[in-house]
Design a protein around this ligand. Structure first.
Ligand code: PHB
Ligand code: FE
Length: 329
């Protein structure tokens, strides 16, 4: 290639030729081309592979910005302040911070959610499901073709009290179009036996959680199956990579129900490596309040995420009132 003239194509032109809309909020602009999401902010541009961006965006929207930090990668992400949300470049990246290249803006959560939803709807092509495992979905690439509103607007599943109770989240069945996942073909499907004492029939309840999870059609999407005050049991089925790197603002507990997940644990702010945790079926781990983590699930697996929904926790960890670790041995 001759170096005398360098032709540059404006991404804006490229994006509109491909049929994708460009979106702006504050001083951030989002563009997509066939392969990449471009995040343009004062002074520079950040690029992410489009499928990774859409998978992360799907979770950030579905979880209402989640607890604490949702890093889409090592550079871009959001921090939930429960009403407002910070969107940043480089805030949790040692090199960006060290050279003062970080950029942050605060938005009303509702406003940012609207823009994120519009990006996801416009940029998700027919055949690509950002919630599905890579083996179970088509590609995200190419010029705009169709959409997949059905996949991205799945109803959010959250039990009021417990799955399977009258008037609460329904258990999953074949009849409702929820087949057993290909990798959970060996999961027994028997309903549990209940033998309540006479008079206590309406106070005892049980479901087969393994059977319930074996019929999940999404990955990396903890959803509430039981609620006791602030205690939320959020099991999920995992395959491939957690699409975000989650920065905790409280302690979370994990119980590995089946198979295996390998976790990279890093310092929440610098991204420096802390440890690797390999969780095999039956293992229990507490993820501290000062870390971020990303899981790798080589086979579809079942994980229980136990969340504490107490809204005072982030402030109490940040002030030092509560230690980052829930137990000391
Ligand atoms: C987490 O960040 O703790 C997390 C998120 C999604 C999952 C599992 C764990 O599917
Ligand atoms: Fe987490």
């Amino acid at each position: 290639m001759s170096t005398a003239t360098i032709t540059t194509t404006s991404t804006l032109t490229t994006a509109s030729k491909l049929g994708y809309e460009t979106f702006s909020i504050g001083k951030f602009t989002f563009e997509r081309d066939e392969y990449f999401a471009h995040i343009i902010y004062p002074g520079n541009r950040h690029i992410m592979p489009i499928e990774a961006f859409l998978r992360a965006l799907m979770r950030d929207i579905a979880w209402g910005f989640f607890y604490g930090t949702v890093n889409f990668d090592n550079v871009f992400g959001t921090i939930n302040h429960y009403g407002t949300v910070e969107m940043y470049i480089g805030l949790n990246n040692f090199a960006y911070r060290n050279s003062h290249r970080e950029y942050v803006e605060t938005f009303q959560s509702k406003e940012l959610k609207k823009v994120f939803e519009a990006i996801l709807a416009d940029w998700t092509n027919e055949g690509f499901d950002p919630f599905a495992a890579p083996e179970e979905t088509g590609a995200a690439y190419g010029p705009k073709h169709g959409d997949n509103l059905k996949a991205i607007r799945r109803e959010r599943l959250a039990a009021k009290r417990m799955v399977g109770l009258p008037g609460d989240l329904k258990i999953r069945t074949e009849a409702d179009g929820l087949p057993i996942n290909r990798q959970f073909a060996d999961v027994p499907q028997e309903a549990p036996e209940l033998h309540p004492e006479p008079g206590f029939e309406s106070e005892v309840h049980a479901v087969d959680l393994f059977g319930y999870l074996s019929r999940s059609d999404v990955t990396w999407n903890p959803s509430v199956v039981s609620v006791v005050h602030d205690s939320l049991l959020c099991p999920t089925t995992e395959e491939h990579i957690l699409p975000i790197i989650h920065g905790n603002d409280r302690v979370e507990w994990f119980i590995q129900f089946s198979d295996e997940i390998i976790w990279d644990i890093e310092d929440k702010v610098t991204g420096g490596p802390v440890c690797k945790v390999t969780m095999k079926a039956g293992d229990v781990a507490a993820m501290p309040a000062d870390i971020r983590h990303r899981g790798y699930s080589p086979k579809r697996s079942m994980l229980l995420v136990w969340e504490n929904n107490d809204g005072t926790l982030p402030g109490r960890h940040a002030s030092g009132e509560l230690p980052a670790y829930p137990v000391t041995f």
